[in-house]
Design a protein around this ligand. Structure first.
Ligand code: ADP
Ligand code: MG
Length: 737
């Protein structure tokens, strides 16, 4: 199957849940799905078609029928992937299917019941058991994050503020590919801790959603586990391998009704399955193999899963089906989708020594803290030896490093104790000394107290440092310890046998599938015949083969028809959405063209830029960020000391007291009107006017009221407003002069 050495195809497995009570009570029709577990085939019956119509058959890497156990799916299809993650390869498992077909059951299950634990809790067990059984020269760091994508917004499910938190942004780096900025990441030291993380996220998901069913069928949940492992290489240096595991519970694949909604609801509806349809397009483009453009950037989900689809990861897709006849169309779509995904090729590789490995940082920090701590302890030990009068001597040759450190720690503790005792004794002695002067006594006592304080402070600092060091160190898991391994040898053997069986049944299925293909080919080879009887036999066989081929052809024709129908349906839906969006756009245009002045509109348009990262239009700031500091322009040299640039000639002319045209300002000297405002005269004027107003048209009122206080009473007395305004104009300069 693989195209080149390092490439491998996406593994696709199908799981069908049992009929539920409601479906059973609907009638005796039974399920529409048959599964051949041995061959990995799903046979789908169309409940509306005549019996003569051939059934549709699909072949997958594995199929799990209604009787399958969670453990079967895990051991056979998921375990090899998690093993790869532990070896430093990225891995993704995603569950795809209609709402209510068992995606969440497969991924999470009922984690309290060991029989019903889904992929995620089983992966926790697997990872931590692997660590506890690995060699002691390995160090591990396990981190977990949990997020959901709802209406094209990425939300952190581990953020205590989940309900009100703003949507997170996606970023891309050459080192770790696409990642979510500011996503909470919890270091987990045990199965219990990582289970708590999962439960916390699940609760946040449930609380955030008013109608849980509605919410879960529209949101994608991603549980991310990063396993970093440090191990000495053949060169003697420690090498770090990082495996990232994405566990994805996708939104329900059924079509959401988008028709008949407007405005915000329309926008929301358009976003509901955007990620899912983008995922479909990405899978189609990759499976096709011919298209040069893969539309990863069309949605948040496809960007996050970019590596898992056609990139550096191993991927398992679990397509879930319901057996009920009324969901035939959805089931067929899911099977087609899954069938297409089989053709995607990935190029997984081991992530060795990436720059962003957190484990390396932890190791450095631990080493730094240990050095600090050792320094302190050695200092205390040295002091003790000085006190004991033993001098500085080490018999380190006989002690190993660990013993030596322990010895130092003990001696440091002893030193602190002895110092304390000594200071206390001295204090007592000073207190009891009757021949000492009171002042001297006080001074010595104070000194002892200060020394005691210093000693305690020192001790506290050491304790804090030790606590920090221990907390840091406890986050790193060392192979072979840290986690209590409850399983005994017998259990281990049992597990191994189970894995072997899973492995065997997988390879058996592969062989069966190959045999099936080869059977058809060998039929063609047996064409040489000696007798008439043989010829008849051969021709009958050939005829049978042609009949088979004819049936196949009919199947394919039916499939083409189905695909066409589906395309027509989705096209109609898209057209409808497009029509509604166009109508909305026209409405917005109408508002813009009639209510926003064109120059304002242009100003706004010039400032808008599209941010593809956030998929939004944004306003450019008026002042570019980098030029904010140099916003003030320098004054030209011709303007130093003046308000505006003046030529040399004009300067000379000003100095000579020449014509006023060379003056830059104060061209005309005017004196201010110093007459104070006189309200009494204004009141009289108003009174006069209200008289004349009675017979003047009301529209003049506004003009009259806008009169300035500096008008001379003489002009205001005029009966007509026009005259009074004219008077105002002529009166003001006169008064000013
Ligand atoms: P989805 O997440 O796809 O919407 P759920 O996982 O919530 O669907 O499953 C719907 C119901 O079907 C749940 O009550 C679940 O317990 C049940 N169910 C799903 N798959 C199985 C299965 N394989 N065996 C038994 N019950 C199942
Ligand atoms: Mg679900």
């Amino acid at each position: 199957m693989s195209k080149n050495k390092s490439s491998e195809s996406v593994k696709v497995v199908v799981r069908c849940r049992p009929l539920n009570r409601k479906e059973e009570s609907n009638g005796p029709a039974g399920g529409i799905i048959q599964m051949d577990v041995r061959l990995g085939q799903v046979i789908l019956r169309n409940p509306r078609a005549p019996v003569s119509e051939p059934q549709k058959t699909f072949t997958f890497d594995a199929v799990y029928d209604a009787n399958s156990k969670q453990r079967d799916l895990y051991d056979e299809s998921v375990r090899p992937l998690i093993d790869s993650v532990l070896a430093g390869i990225n891995g993704t498992i995603f569950a795809y299917g209609q709402t209510g077909t068992g995606k969440t059951y497969t991924m999470q299950g009922a984690w309290m019941d060991p029989e019903k634990r889904g992929v995620i809790p089983n992966a926790f067990d697997h990872i931590f058991t692997h660590i506890s059984r690995s060699q002691s020269d390995r160090q591990y760091l396990v981190r977990a994050s949990y997020l959901e994508i709802y209406l094209e917004e990425v939300r952190d499910l581990l953020d205590p503020n989940h309900g009100n938190a703003r949507a997170l942004e996606l970023r891309e780096s050459p080192e770790s590919g696409v990642y979510v900025r500011d996503l909470t990441s919890c270091v987990c030291k045990s199965i219990k801790e990582i289970e708590e993380v999962m439960n916390m996220g699940n609760q946040a998901r449930a609380v955030g959603a008013t109608d849980m069913n509605e919410h879960s069928s529209r949101s994608h949940a991603l549980f991310l586990i990063t396993v970093e492992c440090s191990q000495p290489g053949p060169d003697g240096r420690k090498h770090i391998r990082v495996g990232r595991l994405n566990l994805v519970d996708l939104a329900g694949s059924e079509r959401q009704a988008k028709t008949g909604v407007q405005g915000e609801r329309l926008k929301e509806a358009a976003k509901i399955n955007l990620s899912l349809s983008a995922l479909g397009n990405v899978i189609s483009a990759l499976a096709d193999g011919r298209s040069s453009h893969v539309p990863y950037r069309d949605s948040k989900l496809t960007r996050l899963l970019q590596d898992s689809l056609g990139g550096n990861a191993k991927t398992v897709m679990v397509a879930t089906l319901g057996p009920a006849p009324q969901h035939y169309d959805e089931t067929l779509t899911t099977l087609r989708y899954a069938n297409r995904a089989k053709n995607i090729q990935n190029q997984p590789r081991v992530n060795e020594d990436p720059k962003d490995a957190l484990l390396r940082e932890f190791q450095r920090e631990i080493a730094r803290l240990r050095a600090q701590l050792n320094h302190r302890k050695w200092r205390s030990k040295q002091k003790k030896e000085q006190v004991d009068g033993e001098g500085w001597e080490r018999d380190g040759d006989e002690e190993t490093e660990g013993e030596e450190e322990e010895g130092v720690e003990k001696e440091a503790e002893e030193y602190v104790k002895l110092e304390e005792q000594r200071l206390e004794m001295e204090t007592e002695a000073i207190r009891g000394d009757q021949f000492m002067l009171a002042e001297e006594k006080q001074r010595l006592l104070g000194e002892r107290e200060r020394m005691m304080g210093d000693l305690r402070k020192e001790q506290e600092a050491t304790e804090q440092l030790t606590a920090k060091y221990k907390a840091m160190e406890s986050k790193l898991l060392v192979g072979g310890k840290n986690i209590i391994d409850h399983t005994n040898e017998q259990q281990k053997m049992l597990e191994m046998k189970r894995h072997e069986i899973a492995e065997q049944s997988r390879s058996e299925r592969e062989i069966q599938q190959q045999v099936l293909v080869q059977d058809e080919e060998t039929l063609e080879l047996r064409e040489t015949f000696t007798s008439l009887q043989q010829e008849v036999e051969a021709k009958t066989k050939k005829l049978k083969k042609y009949l088979k081929l004819y049936a196949k052809l009919q199947c394919i024709k039916a499939e083409i028809k189905d695909v066409n129908d589906e395309h027509v349906r989705s096209r109609q839906e898209l057209e409808q959405t497009q029509n509604e969006l166009t109508r909305e756009l026209k409405f917005k245009y109408l508002i813009i063209e009639n209510f926003i002045p064109p120059e304002e509109k242009n100003k706004i348009m010039n400032r808008l830029t599209f941010d593809p990262e956030e998929d939004q239009w944004k306003f450019q700031s008026l002042v570019p960020a980098e030029s904010k500091s140099s916003q003030m322009k320098k004054r030209p040299t011709s303007a130093v000391g003046y308000k505006r640039p003046i030529s040399q000639y004009a300067r000379v002319a000003i100095a000579m007291g020449a014509h006023s045209r060379y003056r830059a300002e104060n061209i005309m000297f005017l004196e201010l009107d110093m007459t104070p405002p006189n309200t009494a005269s204004l009141a009289v004027a108003e009174l006069n006017q209200s008289h004349s107003l009675d017979n003047s048209p009301t529209k003049d009122r506004g003009v009259r009221k806008s009169r300035s206080w500096c008008q001379t009473p003489k002009s205001i007395t005029s009966s007509s407003s026009n005259v009074s305004l004219a008077a105002c104009h002529t009166a003001t300069p006169m008064a000013a002069q």
